[in-house]
Write a new protein. Sequence first.
Length: 112
Amino acid sequence: MSQPARLSPAAARAFAKVLREMEHAAAAERLQRVVAEAAQRIGQYPALGRQEPALADARYRFLSVRGFPYLLVYRPDTSPPSIVRFVHVKRDLARVLADLAALPELDLPDEP
């Protein structure tokens, strides 16, 4: 069985912040479960997500978090795949993701 995708430190910090700020424990638990399931699916099927050429080059794929307004931005070409961003869909995605092309390493800095 394949390994689930892993969250980079920057994605893990963003995810943890969202969980801390959620008002309802049940919703936070559900978000954790849905993201874990998504990480498992990405690990099994790295090409699952869609490419978004207007936001990031072909190294990155995007997967919506089922039932929540978040995106997982990940690199399918690593083993296991690496989720480099956990970001709310209402953010200015072009601005938030602008540094992806400039940074070759997988541990990207926190969102601006």
